[in-house]
Design a protein around this ligand. Structure first.
Ligand SMILES: [Zn+2]
Ligand SMILES: [Zn+2]
Length: 348
């Protein structure tokens, strides 16, 4: 069968390779790969050498954002042939640490976890793949192709989960939400905020085009000015740019008892001129919470499936701005203006 493979850090090796069918020991459920989504991690693996191939291999099957259809599942499992599924990316470390031992590999403490398509496990960029049923989440059949957004949606489902848990430390009725960055993560965070009934505002640099339109279609408010100039005093801020200056500006822009969740990372190395004492004072005197969030547990994939099922299908379809056939998948890593989510079609 064909697979999208690359030796991390060697973009010249990125291509389609014939590899063996997935062996039964990889999991009792056999899945036909339909689509995979591309994100910054895939670019980093290919060009910058992030990522680890499976032990004994030079190349890794790329991609961790999956959509597949079950071909074979054991009798008695919750899955049957024809079901639409997403594969869970992270697996617990073998030790396992305390969070991993309780199904919360997203909080792994020793870094010994593995991740499909990123760390020591082949990804989902192949015509067929296998997984144990406990690492697959069933999607509603009506979700269709936008089911490929399940993994990025699971990441923001987790962010929202902990925003509400942490904010709930005291009586709290958040109303206004600010999302920075209108990429796929920011737009999905805004989508969930709207579903929860909040007054959602999204900030990005672009002044026109698809991103402002998508925000408006959600019923949220788009701004192209820096968050500090808006005077919004959000109860919740979800930061999706990873830009240091944006992160620090948000720390002093929250309403009392506010919660700021950081989901982005950037490679920039700029020394920032920040007033640390003022930031500290503001956070202390307003009970401010700032926390980071990465990855997702199984329940967040299940929440993601529900959020996608509830969302407007036509709105979600617009997030997929480019489809690249498997044969030319390296083109999917090239950024072009107007891209929101690029996907690779494993059937084309
Ligand atoms: Zn990703
Ligand atoms: Zn662990």
């Amino acid at each position: 069968m064909r697979a999208c493979t690359v030796a991390p850090g060697h973009p010249d090796t990125a291509g389609v390779e014939e590899i063996a069918e997935p062996s039964a020991e990889l999991g009792e459920v056999l899945v036909e790969g339909l689509l995979v989504g591309v994100c910054g991690t895939d670019v980093e693996i290919t060009s910058a050498g992030y990522g680890w191939p499976p032990p004994g291999h030079k190349r890794i099957v790329l991609f961790h954002e999956s959509l597949g259809r079950v071909l074979e599942a054991p009798v008695g499992s919750d899955l049957t042939a024809g079901d639409l599924v997403v594969g869970i990316v992270r697996r617990p470390d073998p030790e396992p640490c305390l969070p991993c031992s309780q199904g919360q590999w997203d909080f792994c403490r020793n870094g010994g976890y593995t991740e499909r398509g990123i760390k020591e496990l082949d990804g989902f960029g192949s015509q067929r793949w296998r997984a144990p049923a406990k690492y697959l989440v069933k999607l509603d059949a009506s979700v269709g192709d936008v089911g490929v957004l399940s993994e990025p949606t699971s990441v923001v489902a987790k962010a929202w989960d902990y925003v509400e848990r942490l904010g709930g430390r005291a009586p709290w009725q958040p109303k206004r939400v600010l999302v920075t960055g209108a990429g796929p993560i920011g737009l999905l965070a805004a989508m969930i905020g709207v579903q929860k009934g909040y007054d959602v505002h999204v900030v990005d640099r672009v002044t026109d085009g698809l991103k402002p339109r998508l925000v408006a279609q959600l019923g949220a408010t788009y701004h192209s000015k820096p968050a500090t100039e808006l005077g919004l005093l959000p109860d919740v801020a979800i930061e999706c740019t990873g830009v240091g200056s944006v992160v620090f500006d948000l720390m002093t822009s929250l309403a009392p008892d506010g919660v700021l969740c950081l989901t982005g990372i950037s490679s920039g190395k700029h020394a920032l001129d920040v007033d640390e004492s003022a930031i500290n004072k503001q956070l202390v005197l307003t009970n401010g919470i700032v926390f980071g969030s990465v990855n997702a547990a199984r329940r967040h994939y299940e929440q993601a499936a529900a959020y996608l099922h509830t969302a407007d299908r036509q709105w979600l379809e617009q997030l997929i701005t480019r489809r690249v056939p498997m044969q030319s998948w390296p083109q999917a890593l090239e950024r072009s203006d107007g891209d929101v989510k690029v996907v690779v079609d494993l059937l084309a």
